[in-house]
Design a protein around this ligand. Sequence first.
Ligand code: CA
Length: 224
Amino acid sequence: MNTLIVEDEKSLSHEIEIFLTREGFNCDVAFTGKSASEKIYVNNYDFILLDIGLPDMNGLDILREAKEANSESSFIILTARGSVEDKVAGLGLGADDYLAKPFSLLELQARMQAVLRRKHGLQKNTIKVHDFEIDIQNRTITQSGKNVPLTKKEFDILNYLILHKNRVLTRMQLTEHIWGDILEDDYESNYIDVHIKNLRKKLSAFTNVDWIETVRGIGYRVNV
Ligand code: CA
């Protein structure tokens, strides 16, 4: 998951970044509203963790601006304890959740998982695809209790395809999601194809069904 952490308190943003990176997220950090706006304009983030009290801007303005631009990112706003107006305003503007500081990183992760489940209409953290089970929190895929050994990138690609099942994802969408901040030239590259090829090979050791469909000239789709 491609995540932007907008937080001017450097020790806090660093702490969040280290924690989420360890949990398998790709993190990008902005310390000012201006920097956050620029990053949101050029990247597609799955999550934006947004501090309201930024040095140059109110975080709510960034949320408003992103929503007006039809951003599909999920927003969790980070507010000072007790600022009810900020919470209400943030939720009213379309934030998915909020956390009052100080918060525990485990709670942040649990909230992010809950937002992800709501966004994709899931009841729990596991998704069944054919006879495989994908655990989006523990980042594992198993078949009858047997673990399918995937690299981080392979898991990220498969997880993203499964969350958007029955929908074609373009190479660009997948590349952006997996590598985050990338150069335009990379869109033409075949990194994704190489990873998909390896994924198929690993899955084929467990099943005869190839459920990752190649949509010629566009991208890939997981059919369920
Ligand atoms: Ca702040």
